[in-house]
Design a protein around this ligand. Structure first.
Ligand SMILES: NC(=O)c1ccc[n+]([C@@H]2O[C@H](COP(=O)([O-])OP(=O)(O)OC[C@H]3O[C@@H](n4cnc5c(N)ncnc54)[C@H](OP(=O)(O)O)[C@@H]3O)[C@@H](O)[C@H]2O)c1
Length: 283
């Protein structure tokens, strides 16, 4: 799937890893970023322009189909779509639970559905999270997840999310499990669309699962507090957080021509956090 000279679209491209990704993909062609907050959009545009990138910006809300339709129409008026990266997402505790589920789950679905008619020889990348690996959906949940447009989808999804069993998760607040479920959904949704996107659009779709990366989202989790940061760092193989440019660089490589066979999978970049959490480690 060629990326060269085609438009690179990044939702949530106004901050953190989305902005980093927009910068990295600027090497492939013009970039369009979207987000809700106009002030953030403006300063991200300044940053991209200063980096010499042909950048476009438009407000968009991934949880609003009309907003996305206008965003996609604008995108298609700039150039054929090379990549759509959905980095828009919200954290547990940042917004009410129903909004979290709407943005992270239905938002992911709306972005793909809206851009699908424009995809041809293109790439789709969704931002999941390693947190998703600690959520195991039941068979009934997967059946429900197959239809994000179903009436009462969010209420039904929410009702199926169990309370955490692990006290470490309970300590993270009442919506931690909802965040984990929403990010597991992103992985599921990416993989469940592999055939459709491949056969109908000659395109590929992957997700990337970050561990703890130093972004405004992490700041809102209190990472500026040394003890909080220390806890996150100690869960990795290198005792450090990731930088947005590192994951942006990974995505740029993954989308480079020559990787067409890479589709339908979730790529973890977490400094080893998942491995350390899942398995005993050799000394
Ligand atoms: N940072 C981490 O350690 C970490 C770890 C695992 C996964 N992730 C995931 O990685 C992605 C990027 O996170 P980040 O840390 O870079 O976060 P961030 O700095 O908070 O950026 C989030 C971006 O998403 C946008 N956004 C939020 N809701 C939106 C909506 N409804 N419509 C359109 N845009 C929306 C925000 O802009 P507006 O608010 O202006 O709309 C912002 O541009 C997220 O999906 C996050 O869940 C992050």
């Amino acid at each position: 799937m060629s990326t060269v000279k085609k438009l690179q679209v990044v939702t949530g491209g106004t901050s953190g890893m989305g902005l980093g990704t927009a910068k990295a993909l600027g090497t492939y062609g013009p970039v369009l970023i979207g987000g809700r907050n106009l002030g953030r959009l403006e300063s991200a545009m300044e940053e991209l322009n200063a980096a010499g990138i042909e950048a476009y910006g438009k407000n968009c809300d991934v949880s609003d189909r009309d907003s996305l339709a206008a965003f996609a129409e604008y995108a298609a008026s700039i150039a054929p779509i090379g990549s759509v990266v959905n980095a828009a997402g919200v954290d547990y505790g940042a917004v009410p639970r129903d909004m979290l589920l709407k943005i992270n789950m239905q938002g992911t679905h709306y972005v793909l559905e809206t851009f699908l008619p424009y995809l041809d020889n293109s790439n789709v990348v969704n931002y999941s999270s390693v947190t998703g690996y600690f959520y195991q959906p039941k068979k009934e949940e997967l059946e429900l997840w197959m239809n994000p447009d179903a009436e009462g989808f969010l209420e039904k999804v929410s009702a199926m999310i169990p309370d955490p069993q692990d006290p470490r998760m309970t300590a993270l607040g009442p919506d931690y499990m909802a965040y984990a479920a929403s990010k597991r959904f992103v992985m599921f949704y990416t993989m469940a669309n592999t055939r459709r996107v491949g056969l109908k659009n000659n395109s590929r779709i992957i997700s990337v699962a970050p561990g703890s990366f130093m972004t405004p989202m992490l700041v809102s989790q209190g990472v500026e507090n040394e003890a909080v940061a220390e806890g996150m760092k100690r869960g990795t193989a290198f005792h450090r957080l990731g930088e947005p440019d590192e994951i942006a660089d990974l995505i740029q490589h993954l989308l480079a021509p020559g990787h067409e066979y890479l589709t339908g999978c979730d790529i973890i970049m977490d400094g080893g956090r998942t491995a350390l959490g899942m398995y005993p480690q050799f000394e």
